[in-house]
Design a protein around this ligand. Sequence first.
Ligand code: C2E
Ligand code: MG
Ligand code: MG
Ligand code: MG
Length: 286
Amino acid sequence: NADVAMSRAKALGRNNVQFFNPEMSRQSFQSLVIENRLHRAMEREEFVLLYQPQLDLVRGTLSGMEALICWTQEGRSQFSPSEFIPLAEETGLIDPLGEWILYSACRQNRLWQQAGLPPQRVAVNVSARQFYQRDIAALVARVLRETGLDPRWLALEITESVLFQDIAETLVTLEKLRDLGVHLIIDDFGTGYSSLSYLKNFPVGTLKVDQSFIAGIPDDPGACTITSAVVAMAHHLKMTVVAEGVETAAQKNFLSDTGCDKIQGFLFSPPLKSDAFADLLERSAA
Ligand code: C2E
Ligand code: MG
Ligand code: MG
Ligand code: MG
């Protein structure tokens, strides 16, 4: 509600400190200066990226991760991204924040690779404003160049509801991103209004079944049917399927029987801090 949003905005604006990363462009530095509320939080490292591992259901091995932003103050997790990302969208703070997220995820993934850990793909969430109001492909290209990350190790998650806001523009943007060599994922699939005839034209590699469907497995026949249908459709379209929010062995077994490719959720692992994720990478190499 409005009061909550106001107090969030005040929390964002409380302080003002310099923040500069020489590898970031002058233009992005300018927007960071303007949005001093946000860079205070970044300078104090109140924003942290967590990495949630994904499990390949066929091989039974670690297979990729999703970067999830977390805002903690004095060690306590205070705001969920579902609360502050929409606020950051409204105020435009998502521009520097989104760039920081993309940059940090790519740099971290490159650092793990440089440390000799087995390479894995990192999926980064892209918000509506980022997708439509910036030259997202130019930004992604620059971040890949600056971090030295090979594009095959980056995926971008765009929610179904965002992708179908403007189909003509979406197609152009997705093709630019695909041409960079980045993997594309439709997030929260099943909750928006996909036009199935366009879905086949989008250069998308993965559908991510929304956790609201997974939550209904195995008791809700509707959720089970929809999930199996999405898996079958995705495979016919030569896409892979990830199920998110998998919490129980029964859900995992159903998804495995259905042919779902990967799962993500508390059953396998919660989102991890980077050092814990590095430990997991090291164990996966052994
Ligand atoms: P999402 O991309 O669908 O992310 C999945 C959410 O489910 C995450 O919540 C994750 O922590 C949570 N989750 C993971 N495993 C389980 C599970 O087993 N059970 C349940 N109930 N939940 C699980 P989180 O971190 O609160 O993120 C919520 C949403 O905020 C994300 O949904 C995404 O839309 C947005 N978001 C998060 N990080 C970013 C970001 O870096 N950039 C942007 N633009 N949006 C982000
Ligand atoms: Mg996501
Ligand atoms: Mg999702
Ligand atoms: Mg979701």
